[in-house]
Design a protein around this ligand. Structure first.
Ligand code: MG
Length: 212
């Protein structure tokens, strides 16, 4: 599951980069966005479903069911309510997940941060608890303020296998390097900073065997 410490931290970019890297290694990957909200009035950029579909070679409707697209920049359940559309529960979203045969890695990208509403009855942590993914990739900013965000998010996900992805990490930036060290040494977190390192982490997961 691809989660984030907040919105706009780069979850979709990381998910797309991971999918591309795994495909380059010959792994069949699928990506899902259970619900997406976006600027509906004057869209200026592709939706997450469009970007994920381009990265995995699926269709946008495969990635996110068309009835879970909400053209309003609010958390999906709030956007649904604002647009006068039916509210939905976490279980409904997860029941709609369909995986193609042959896919060895399935990515699910949340909306917003782990504390953001994903459905009428739960946030990102609740979604993780319900889905029980093999791994939670916690995407975070690399610079000032990120330690608090990561510390709180990872504590909320304490029962899960979490891998922190410091997005836009610059090895020449002293603060980025100090943050990575603090996360590893003081908070005992696993941290990666590149798509190749993340793909390696996914391939090292217990139970990740040869294609069958
Ligand atoms: Mg996104």
């Amino acid at each position: 599951m691809v989660a984030g410490t907040g919105t706009e931290v780069g979850k979709t970019w990381v998910a797309c980069a991971l999918a591309s890297e795994l495909r380059r290694r010959g792994v069949v990957v699928a990506a899902r966005k259970p619900a997406q909200s976006f600027e509906g009035e004057a869209p200026t950029e592709p939706t997450d479903a469009e970007r994920l579909a381009a990265a995995t070679g699926e269709t946008m409707a495969d990635v996110c069911p068309p009835w879970r697209w909400y053209g309003k920049t609010m958390a999906p359940p709030m956007a649904a309510e604002s647009l006068g559309l039916p509210v939905f529960a976490l279980r409904e979203l997860l029941d709609e997940l369909r995986w193609p045969t042959g896919a060895r890695v399935g990515l699910v990208e949340q909306a917003g941060g782990v504390g953001s509403p994903q459905a009428d009855d739960g946030d990102g942590v609740d979604m993780v608890d319900l889905l029980q993914p093999d791994l939670v990739v916690l995407v975070a900013r690399p610079g000032l303020g990120t330690l608090s965000d990561i510390s709180l998010s990872s504590r909320a996900l304490a029962s899960q296998h979490v891998l922190v992805y410091l997005n836009r990490f610059d090895p020449a930036d002293e603060l980025h390097v100090a943050n990575r060290r603090w996360l590893c040494e003081r908070l005992g977190l696993q941290v990666v900073t590149s798509p190749a390192e993340l793909a390696g982490g996914v391939e090292n997961l217990a139970g990740y065997g040869p294609a069958s």
